[in-house]
Design a protein around this ligand. Structure first.
Ligand code: FE2
Ligand code: FE2
Length: 138
């Protein structure tokens, strides 16, 4: 997967939209499989994984790169730390997809943990990470 080819400011707008969409998509996936529609729920969860995959690549390969180039690796450390949440987020979404192959018993808990993890992470990005990028490119 490659980073999206958008100017950083537009990319940030896009990423913020996705922050708003993801919790609803997760709720939708949970509701769909709880009503017994497993074949409908699977593609919803796969789409969430796809979206998060692209999203994290854009943040790391485009935005964090700008911060490291402009500030140097040492001063970029707090921003690198914020994006370390991507490891846990990626693991949760991979496990959620995996859980659909093994009986769906863990799927709801995994998706709820993912939603909580994203909530905290998105708040940090919107309060600290995106504003820093915007400041550095203005
Ligand atoms: Fe992120
Ligand atoms: Fe994000």
């Amino acid at each position: 997967m490659k980073a999206r080819d958008l100017p950083p400011k537009e990319l940030i707008e896009k990423l913020k939209e996705e922050h708003k969409e993801l919790p609803d998509q997760i709720d939708d996936a949970i509701l769909t499989f709880k009503t017994g529609n497993l074949s409908g729920a699977f593609p919803l969860i796969a789409d969430i994984r796809e979206k998060i995959g692209q999203h994290t690549i854009d943040e790391e390969a485009v935005l964090l790169k700008i911060i490291i180039e402009k500030l140097g690796k040492e001063a970029a450390e707090p921003y690198i730390e914020i994006l370390q949440a991507h490891v846990k987020i990626t693991k949760l979404v991979d496990d959620a997809v995996e859980s659909t192959y093994t009986g769906w018993s863990e799927t709801e808990n995994l998706l709820l943990s993912l939603k909580q993890e994203l909530k905290n992470h998105h708040a940090q990005e919107e309060e600290t990470f995106f504003p820093k990028v915007l400041q550095l490119i203005s």
